[in-house]
Design a protein around this ligand. Structure first.
Ligand code: SIN
Ligand code: CO
Length: 373
């Protein structure tokens, strides 16, 4: 199997079996000669945008403070100990999207976003742990990471951030641009900027089962089909009119017990749920969309690509795009799975697609979910 420098000497399979969810890994020069994809100024501009999720964390006079974006004003770059965190940069910038996609040895359903942090000297978010795996790629300047697998994960009370009460790091490294640190969930860590620095975090998505179950039951409420109505032809006079009878309870329990969840129900729910765009996502439809015939001609010549904000997944015959689900026939599935996996269709593949797929491509183009290349 091909080796990625992203993982040093390891193949994706070796990385997954030895490190993923298990132990930290430092990869020196995971991306040799890495240059930041965005300037600090461009990041500050993004933080001022209300469609972008951002946070400012300061540690002035030894006091942790946090402010959520949009952030029109930031402290001076000459001031020590502040950091700006911009979430979901991949949704707004092609190069950031391309970097996130280089991690596609991991499933799209697990990959969350690319967060960029900018910090002045001494800046960071304090010693903490996360519930998710993360790859921390140093993009600019230097950051000192200290981390360890401590058992005591108790937090300081009364601060607006998760700060570990007793941080006991076991390892320490200074990362230079292109170096990358992988941390599994629940590893205590603290990254402190040594001079001005920028760090890119590739984050993962691991929904809580409670969150999935609540959303699943809501989803099922729309599709549950339980015919009939309560009836009691054998009813007898009651002594306690306020009491719900055992017979009534048994009859209702018997009926509700008929509601069954199939694997198909769960597949349709999961794909729709995981492909749902994030809260602030706004798609940009083409300003002057081509009519269907011209679109088909251009698609056949140039091909099409999913917009960086589009999440397209599939399972069996079910195809999901931005929260919508539909089932595809065998012939259409090939083209749709190719589009979902590679996020594009070249001209010949777009031209060969069935009329149904061509229609879908045109609708997605009109919605800004897909673009002509
Ligand atoms: C940062 O980039 O400053 C924070 C990343 C993290 O510790 O999770
Ligand atoms: Co963290």
């Amino acid at each position: 199997m091909k080796k990625l420098t992203l993982l040093g000497d390891l193949t994706p399979a070796q990385f997954l079996s030895e490190y993923w969810h298990k132990k930290p890994l430092l990869i020196r020069q995971a991306i040799p000669d890495f240059k930041p994809l965005l300037s600090a100024e461009a990041l500050f501009e993004m933080a001022a945008d209300e469609d972008v999720e951002s946070r400012l964390v300061t540690h002035f006079e030894r006091k942790w403070q946090m402010q959520s974006g949009p952030l029109a004003q930031l402290p001076a770059r000459s001031q020590r100990e502040w950091t700006l965190l911009v979430q979901g940069v991949n949704l707004h910038d092609d190069a950031a999207d391309a970097l996130l996609r280089t991690f596609n040895f991991l499933p799209d359903a697990r990959l969350d976003d690319l967060m960029i942090s900018y910090a002045t000297d001494g800046g960071g978010v304090g010693p903490h742990f996360d519930s998710y795996d993360v790859f921390l790629l140093q993009a600019h300047g230097q950051r000192r990471w200290r981390f360890g697998a401590q058992k005591d994960l108790s937090l300081v009370d009364g601060v607006p951030l998760k700060i570990l009460r007793n941080f006991e790091p076991q390892q320490e490294f200074v990362l230079n641009p292109g170096d990358m640190l992988y941390l599994p969930p629940h590893i205590a860590h603290d990254g402190v900027a040594e001079g001005e620095c920028m760090t890119y975090s590739v984050g993962f998505r691991a929904p809580a089962y409670q969150e999935l179950a609540e959303a699943f039951l809501q989803f099922m409420a729309d599709s549950v089909d339980l015919p009939g109505r309560y009836a009691d032809p054998e009813l007898e006079p009651c002594k306690h009119p306020a009491e719900i009878s055992r017979a009534m309870l048994a009859q209702v329990a018997h009926e509700i017990d008929k509601v069954r969840f199939t694997e198909d129900d769960i597949a349709i729910f999961l794909g729709s749920y995981l492909s749902e765009p994030k809260a602030r996502t706004v798609f940009t439809p083409p300003q002057r969309p081509l009519p269907p015939g011209r679109f088909a001609q251009s698609a056949a010549k140039r091909g099409v690509a999913l917009s960086r904000k589009t999440q397209m997944l599939y399972r069996g015959k079910h195809v999901f795009i931005n929260g919508e689900s539909f089932s595809a026939g065998r012939a259409d599935k090939t083209a749709l799975c190719l589009l979902a996996d590679t996020r594009k269709l070249d001209g010949p593949s777009a031209a060969q697609a069935s009329p149904d797929v061509q229609d879908a491509l045109y609708n997605w183009y009109q919605d800004g979910w897909l673009n002509l290349v």
